[in-house]
Design a protein around this ligand. Structure first.
Ligand SMILES: CC(C)(COP(=O)(O)OP(=O)(O)OC[C@H]1O[C@@H](n2cnc3c(N)ncnc32)[C@H](O)[C@@H]1OP(=O)(O)O)[C@@H](O)C(=O)NCCC(=O)NCCS
Length: 331
């Protein structure tokens, strides 16, 4: 802990299930009662999952009188990815209690609660949480990466609006084929070669945006939602895919990628139209996607399709000594 940090008159203890309405309010002080109760339930579920799967997970609260005035959590696992020595923290302080070192005090407690050396602390913030970003900078965190999420209302999505684009590309000799309908014996090898080719250009910061981590044919992929583009000479030059996290989970967009020699012709847009048509036919009403902040081409494709881009997520890292270690998936 910073030796100059003034210790505020608030008692720090581990969070209990009954704290979550207060924790939800700290994270979003302007939310209405219904939003707050949904947020509390979601956070409790997420933390319970973390507690069951991530031995390093801890959440603390700071209490003054009967009110929660701050909360912070630490976790080693982010979306199934564990990086030795890197931990992720979140911290929320009641506006009336800011500027007294309470957030730093909680993070200091958490850092001491996890075993082994902490080499890096990471934090992810939405760009509209500017005061928190300034505070992180004061605490020695540097912004390292930007990513964006986006969502599309599939009920309003009209694939026929892109019929002209598809017709132009087909007239030029391209074909768009659902992967299960391809019968070439080497189709899997060709698909994986194309994926390795496009993986090189993905703008990523592990594990915020996974690069080369999820296979297009792993357990999350939806066969009918994987559409490939074949060039006039029969080469496989593009793909768009859909994923489902868990058997009952929502359908989301998977990897979209086009071979470097065929970019800028509308292929990614056309491929994604075909996969979104499948998502719509499967009954999805909204669908999410995302990417690295500097991936302007992918962002443009999504905007052309009507996706609404959400406020950016900023990733901050604070070096606590040592270097980043190898990435392991599926912790
Ligand atoms: C992103 C990618 C799939 C786009 O493929 P594509 O076939 O070139 O895409 P399209 O031709 O349909 O559309 C690209 C759009 O981005 C625009 N664009 C390209 N580079 C751009 C840039 N640097 N800044 C802004 N816009 C850009 C193009 O002008 C075009 O928009 P327009 O149709 O309005 O002119 C391709 O670059 C790729 O495979 N990248 C690597 C894999 C990847 O990053 N996938 C996404 C993972 S989140």
């Amino acid at each position: 802990m910073n030796a100059n940090t003034h210790t505020p008159a608030a008692a720090v203890r581990p969070a209990r299930p009954e704290d979550y309405p207060g924790i939800a309010r700290l994270g979003d002080p302007h939310a209405g009662p219904e939003q707050l109760s949904q947020r509390a339930a979601r956070l409790l579920g997420y933390d319970q999952h973390s507690a069951a799967t991530d031995p390093q997970f801890h959440r603390l609260v700071a209490e003054a009188g009967n009110a929660l005035v701050a909360t912070a959590a630490i976790r080693a696992d982010w979306a199934g990815v564990v990086q030795a020595g890197r931990f992720w923290v979140d911290a929320f302080v009641d506006p009336a209690w800011r500027g007294r070192g309470l957030g730093a005090t909680l993070v200091d407690h958490l850092e001491r609660a996890v075993p082994g050396p902490v080499r890096e602390l990471g934090a992810c913030l939405r760009e509209d949480h500017v005061p928190a970003a300034e505070h992180l900078a004061e605490q020695g965190f540097e912004e390292r990466f930007r990513s964006w999420g986006a969502h599309l209302d599939l009920r309003a999505f009209e694939p026929s609006a892109y019929a002209g684009l598809l017709a132009r590309l087909e007239a030029a000799g391209y074909r768009f084929v659902p992967y299960p309908e391809l019968h070439a014996p080497d189709k899997e090898a060709r698909l994986l070669a194309l994926k390795r080719h496009v993986d090189r250009d993905i703008v990523a910061f592990e594990p915020i945006v996974p690069a080369a981590s999820e296979d297009v044919l792993d357990e999350g992929y939806l066969p009918d939602g994987l559409v490939v583009a074949l060039a006039p000479d029969g080469e496989m030059v593009g793909l768009a895919s859909l994923r489902r996290e868990g058997p009952e989970g929502p359908i989301g967009c998977g990897l979209t990628g086009v071979h470097r020699d065929h970019r800028g012709r509308g292929l990614a847009t056309a491929l994604k139209v075909r996969s979104l048509e499948v998502a719509k036919a499967l009954g999805a009403t909204t669908i999410g996607t995302g990417g690295g902040g500097a991936n302007l081409a992918m962002r443009r494709v999504n905007e052309r399709l009507g996706f609404v881009v959400e406020p950016l997520w900023l990733t901050f890292i604070s070096e606590r000594g040592g270097r980043a270690h190898e990435v392991t998936h599926g912790a």
